[in-house]
Each structure stands twice: as structure tokens, then as C-alpha cells.
Write a protein that binds this ligand. Structure first.
Ligand SMILES: NC(=O)c1ccc[n+]([C@@H]2O[C@H](COP(=O)([O-])OP(=O)(O)OC[C@H]3O[C@@H](n4cnc5c(N)ncnc54)[C@H](O)[C@@H]3O)[C@@H](O)[C@H]2O)c1
Length: 426
């Protein structure tokens, strides 16, 4: 099933508002997630919806935060978000640095005590659209060994930089400082595939290819990536006075606790350096020259950072929208179980009760066509989609199960987006 960006955004916003978020915060959140999804960045798109709503319902994400802004200098400040949702405050922080840079040439703003900020390229592109060079970096939960270590210490700590050109193109570099995301390990686990050497290590710090033996991820480019990951943690964590390194909170461990993350935004105004027009024209030239560079064997062309994302946005439009049904973790093994309709229990609340069996099937309203099954098998949860045309909810139904780890509730969220979709006018 395809949905346009606007449709997807509307569905997500509706869910966030139903979870108790204010209209403007829900809008910002859905906007950044839709921005990610239309670029094919599904790991940071609609798949996160269920996690956030669960985080809100358990009290870990404040829907009514007491936000405190401290202007620490003409070009600097700290926005304390009181464990509010990451997206609106990362946006607010970026707008503050853009305004500072417009006036003073540069701005530095830390967003402290905030929740997950998602795909951070969104914020740097905000700056580039207003003629600035934007930089963002943020903390994430410890799952990466420091170079030479055997225990997780840092997060996937992403960093992004974006810059404008004279012709509307935006160079947008946005990356995690790990070789691979945790989600890719979970995908391999679910699909029964091995992972390439160099992605992850076991409990003794040995490289592993069996996803079941993975204890931690590794940084890009050995000690260099490790150093960069550490610098991200210093700039977005230690500098802002929030927990850092191995003390950064876990994304999934205790959803009743605030994340207390740090996020840094920087904007630089080219007008205060080589001049705005000069900068933009030079940037356009550089991009053209990169595109004109002879491609290496096995490559079709040389792309600049962010160019492929633009192609994916166009491809999404060409096919008529964002694919909302497929997931990389589908196992497609049909399972039979009895579903109990009419309950309003949420997925998280019924997990415990369902431990060890398939009896915990639940759906939020009888009219919905989706059930989420909860089953603890080797730490995994199973989410299921009832086959189209199956019997009514109170009868035994056939399900096609898809399995995902409890640290990867992505799939469930994608299905959850469909719950609202199938609810139609409700
Ligand atoms: N908030 C968080 O806690 C958190 C943590 C980790 C990652 N993230 C987000 O996850 C997203 C994905 O990160 P990732 O590291 O998987 O990104 P990625 O590996 O897909 O891309 C990294 C960068 O490389 C560029 N790139 C990729 N292929 C290219 C090519 N052929 N030619 C030129 N440039 C190319 C991309 O444009 C991008 O700027 C990012 O948006 C990041 O912000 C967020």
C-alpha cells in the first residue's frame, strides 16, 4: 500500500496527538519522520511511531515540558527541553542558531535533556535552506565498543553538515559514526543470514559474522571513527552537562525514564566569510565537478552527499507514494492463532501477559484489520498481520507473522501506522 508524504504525516500526527502531544509538537515530530521516510530512511521514519507513543504513555517523554532557554552569550545558548520530544526542540534549537548566524555570523546552541532527535540531517537542511551551513550532532545509547575495547561505551552518535548552493541543491552529509546500524543486525537475525565481518563484535571484542553472537557494534574507520564518535559525545554531551559516554540512557531499557540526551546545533553564515553569493556559486561548481568526475569501476557516477536522497524522493513520487506495508524483517511464515477483539490494551501492556505463547493477540478496536501478537522467544516479539479475507476477530484467524527483536520495534510501528489507515474515518 502506498501513501503520500502528506497522508503518512497526517496519520503519524494523529497518533501522536492521540498519545497526548500538543498539536505543534506532534506536527514537528510527524514532519521529520515523513521527511525521513520519503528519502527511504525508514529506520528513522514511520517505524518509530509506536516506540514514541509507548515512551509517552510510560511517562519517559514529557508532553508538557517546562522548557528553559538560557542565552549564554550573543552567539550561544542552551535550550533545556525537560525530556520533551526531541524533534520540536532540535528544530527550535536550529532556528535559534540560524537567527544568531544571520546577525552575528555564527551560532551555537545545545539542546539538553531531550529525547531522541531522529535523522539529524533534517535540522542541518533547515539551515542550508536559509542560506547557512548547518551542523548537528547528537548522542545515542551505548552499543559501540571504543577502539580496542570489548564493552559498549558510545552510541552510534551521528553527525550531519549541510550547505546551500547557487541553484537550489543542498549538500547534505548525515551519518551515524558506526559501520552499520543495530537494525541491520536484527534484520540479519530475523532472516537467518550472517553479517559481513567488520560490522560487530562478540563479548570479547572479536569480530563476528553470526548475528546471534553480536554484543556491540564498531565505529567506522577503526580508531578514526572512534575518535569522531567520541568528539560527537563531547560536543553534544559533556559540553552540555548531560550524561555522556557509557552513562547515556538506553533507547529501550526503561521507557518510564527521560532520555536526558544532548544535541548540538551550529550555523555558520557564509556572508561573514567569503560572501554568500561567492560561497553558493563556488559550491555549485564543486558539485558539478564532482558529478563530472570519471566514475570508478562498478560505479555509475560520482554523487555528492544528499544527491541520492533527492533521487529517492523523486522515485517515491514517481511510484505514487511511500511504501507502507513492506518491512525488512518479514518472515512470512503463516501461523494460526485465536485473536481476541475489542480490547483497548496497547502492545506494551499486554506483552508480559502473553509471554511464552500466542494467546496475547490484541487489537485496539474490533474494526481494525491488524493484530499484534506478543510472544517472547529468545527475546523476540512477534507482530502479525491478519490475512485479508480471514474470519472475524472472535474466530480463529490466520496470521502471517513477522518477527522482530524487542530492541527493534520498527516493524510493529509500521503496522501500527496501517491500523489508523484502515480505521479510515475514525
Ligand atoms: N538520532 C540518533 O540517535 C541517530 C543515530 C544514528 C543514526 N541516525 C540517523 O540515521 C540516518 C542514517 O545514517 P547512516 O549512517 O546509515 O547513513 P548512510 O550510510 O545511509 O549515509 C551516510 C552519508 O553518506 C552519503 N552517501 C551514501 N552513499 C553515497 C554515495 N554513493 N555517494 C555519495 N554520498 C553517499 C549520504 O548522502 C549520507 O550523507 C541519518 O539520518 C542519521 O542522522 C540518528
Amino acid at each position: 500500500m502506498l501513501g503520500t508524504r502528506d497522508e503518512l504525516k497526517k496519520l503519524m500526527k494523529k497518533k501522536f496527538m492521540a498519545a497526548g502531544m500538543h498539536d505543534d509538537h506532534a506536527d514537528d515530530m510527524a514532519e521529520v519522520l515523513a521527511w525521513s521516510s520519503e528519502r527511504g530512511l525508514h529506520s528513522h521514519g514511520e517505524v518509530r511511531v509506536e516506540y514514541y507513543t509507548e515512551h509517552i504513555s510510560k511517562g519517559g517523554m514529557t508532553v508538557d515540558p517546562k522548557v528553559a532557554w538560557t542565552q549564554t552569550g550573543p552567539r550561544s545558548g542552551i535550550l533545556d527541553a525537560d525530556n520533551g520530544c526531541g524533534y520540536p526542540f532540535a528544530i527550535e534549537g536550529m532556528q535559534k542558531v540560524i537567527d544568531m548566524a544571520k546577525e552575528h555570523g555564527i551560532g551555537f546552541v545545545g539542546v539538553a535533556n531531550v529525547s531522541h532527535t531522529g535523522a539529524i540531517g533534517y535540522y542541518t537542511e533547515m539551515a542550508a535552506k536559509q542560506g547557512m551551513i548547518g551542523l548537528s550532532c547528537t548522542q545515542s545509547d551505548p552499543m559501540v565498543i571504543p577502539y580496542g575495547g570489548a564493552e559498549p561505551f558510545y552510541g552510534t552518535n551521528p553527525i550531519a553538515i549541510a550547505a546551500p548552493t547557487a541553484d537550489g541543491r543542498i549538500v547534505s552529509f548525515d551519518m551515524a559514526t558506526t559501520v552499520q546500524a543495530w537494525g541491520k543486525i536484527l534484520d540479519a537475525k530475523s532472516a537467518g543470514r550472517s553479517i559481513p565481518e567488520g560490522w560487530a563484535v562478540d563479548e570479547d571484542g572479536r569480530p563476528v559474522t553470526d548475528p546471534h553472537k553480536v554484543n556491540a557494534l564498531v565505529a567506522i574507520a577503526g580508531p578514526k571513527g572512534y575518535g569522531l564518535m567520541m568528539m560527537v559525545d563531547i560536543l553534544s554531551g559533556v559540553l552540555l552537562g548531560v550524561p555522556a559516554g557509557k552513562h547515556v540512557s538506553s533507547l529501550y531499557h526503561d521507557l518510564s525514564e527521560g532520555r536526558r540526551l544532548g544535541h548540538l546545533n551550529v550555523a555558520i553564515n557564509p556572508e561573514f566569510f567569503c560572501g554568500d553569493q561567492n560561497f553558493r556559486e563556488h559550491m555549485s561548481e564543486v558539485l558539478d565537478e564532482l558529478n563530472a568526475t570519471k566514475p570508478g569501476v562498478g560505479f555509475d557516477k560520482v554523487y555528492w552527499p544528499g544527491e541520492r536522497a533527492q533521487k529517492r524522493i523523486q522515485a517515491t513520487k514517481d511510484v505514487g507514494g511511500i511504501e507502507m506495508w513492506t518491512t525488512s524483517t518479514t518472515t512470512s511464515s503463516p501461523t494460526t492463532c485465536t485473536a481476541t477483539a475489542g480490547t483497548t490494551r496497547t502492545a506494551s501492556r499486554s506483552r508480559g501477559a502473553a509471554r511464552g505463547g500466542l494467546a496475547g493477540a490484541t487489537c485496539r478496536r474490533p474494526s481494525y484489520r491488524l493484530a499484534i501478537l506478543h510472544k517472547r522467544i529468545r527475546g523476540t516479539l512477534e507482530y502479525a498481520w491478519r490475512s485479508p479475507g480471514a474470519a472475524p476477530w472472535r474466530a480463529p484467524c490466520h496470521f502471517t507473522a513477522l518477527t522482530c527483536d524487542s530492541r527493534n520495534i520498527h516493524s510493529a510501528s509500521r503496522w501500527a501506522a496501517i491500523i489508523d489507515r484502515s480505521a479510515g474515518s475514525q
